[in-house]
Design a protein around this ligand. Structure first.
Ligand SMILES: NC(=O)c1ccc[n+]([C@@H]2O[C@H](COP(=O)([O-])OP(=O)(O)OC[C@H]3O[C@@H](n4cnc5c(N)ncnc54)[C@H](O)[C@@H]3O)[C@@H](O)[C@H]2O)c1
Length: 325
């Protein structure tokens, strides 16, 4: 396959590019490096099956030749990033998504959107299944990300209904692994970096809020299965119980952990004596986050296999290397 990966120089994009190249596909990585890094993709740049395009997807992307799939991952994803780039985040999820859907339509390509568990906002049900519509504050600071992704999903479904485009939507829950930026401000990178540097571990709120953490190789396996799965035979108006692969699928690890427990596990695993410091909970911070992955199990025969402890071992090793220790 010849695949476009937008956001391919970011954390998850980098891993997806590596996986698709290893499976023998041609990968065209489109990224404006807003939150991604050229060093993430350096090792692919000698590979003739890989090409990098420095391009902002809010401008149409023109390319000669066939394309089999567009994986639209471009979007700032960590809270400090999307709060720093609020307008860009909204634009990439609306104008950028529309441009990439148009590209897929023009090429007759399959389209996979990487959406997020943040479409569920601060949920009133736990775990969250794909049929839950969410509890999102449309005007709060986080809305730039949550609503951008909700608009991306709406656009994707509209292209499927209006143009019969072969679309897929992965709702990704917190994912971690090597190649995260040490300073990206996500829970795992924050805690590991703070523990390794002997700094206080920053906990927002009392730490009783829950998160689920998926290791990156598990997540990428789920994305690849979504991308390669056979399309549904129609059912554009199906109800939840009939939903097939062209409807949203949660990808995440159903092991739910309190944030304060994750801090303790990381402190123990790094052998750090760092204390924890509690800070006020940011506005609209979700109190619960846990995926119901029944659909991924049924449709993709997928579930995570890497334990939190195994994944953290790899991340701690990676960040130690980043710190030169
Ligand atoms: N990592 C997670 O835990 C997680 C969870 C849920 C959803 N996601 C989704 O997965 C995708 C990738 O996330 P990530 O963690 O790798 O984030 P990331 O910030 O590391 O990667 C995003 C990439 O998109 C690029 N980008 C941003 N705006 C762009 C634009 N206008 N044009 C071209 N490129 C642009 C950035 O430069 C970066 O390389 C995002 O869509 C994110 O919403 C990630």
């Amino acid at each position: 396959m010849r695949i476009i990966v937008t956001g391919g120089a970011g954390f998850l994009g980098r891993h997806l590019c590596a996986k698709m190249l290893s499976l023998g596909h041609e990968v065209l990585c489109v990224d404006n490096l807003l939150t991604g890094r050229r060093e993430n993709i350096e090792e692919f740049e000698q590979n003739s099956a890989f090409r990098f395009f420095l391009h902002d997807v809010t401008t149409p992307f023109v390319l000669d030749g066939p394309v089999n799939a567009v994986v639209h991952m471009a979007c700032p994803a960590s809270p400090p990033d999307y709060l720093r780039y609020p307008i860009q985040t909204l634009e990439v999820g609306t104008i950028g998504t529309r441009n990439m859907l148009e590209l897929a339509r023009a090429k007759g390509a399959r389209f996979l959107l990487t959406s997020t568990s943040e479409v569920y906002g601060d949920p009133t049900v736990n775990p969250q299944s794909e049929e839950y519509w969410g509890n999102v504050n449309p005007i709060g600071p986080r809305s730039v990300y949550d609503e951008s992704k909700r608009a991306s999903e709406a656009l994707t479904m509209a292209y499927r209904r209006a143009h019969g485009l072969d679309t897929r939507i992965a709702r990704i829950f917190n994912t971690y692994g090597p190649w995260m930026r040490p300073d990206d401000g996500r829970v795992i990178s924050n805690f590991v970096m703070q523990a390794l540097q002997g700094k206080e571990l920053t906990i927002y709120g009392d730490g009783s809020q829950t998160r689920s953490f998926c290791y990156v190789t598990d997540l990428v396996e789920g994305l690849v299965r979504m991308l390669l799965a056979e399309s549904d035979s129609g059912a554009a108006g199906a109800s939840g119980s009939e939903w097939g692969i062209n409807y949203p699928v949660n990808l995440g690890n159903p092991r739910e952990e309190k944030v304060v427990d994750v801090a303790r596990i990381i402190t123990q695993m790094t052998g750090s004596s760092s204390p924890v410091k509690f800070h006020p909970l940011p506005t609209d911070d979700p109190k619960l986050r846990c995926p119901d992955i029944s659909r991924a199990r049924r449709l993709l025969r997928w579930e995570p296999i890497v334990s939190l402890e195994e994944g953290l071992t790899a991340v701690i090793k990676y960040f130690r290397k980043c710190l030169g220790s």
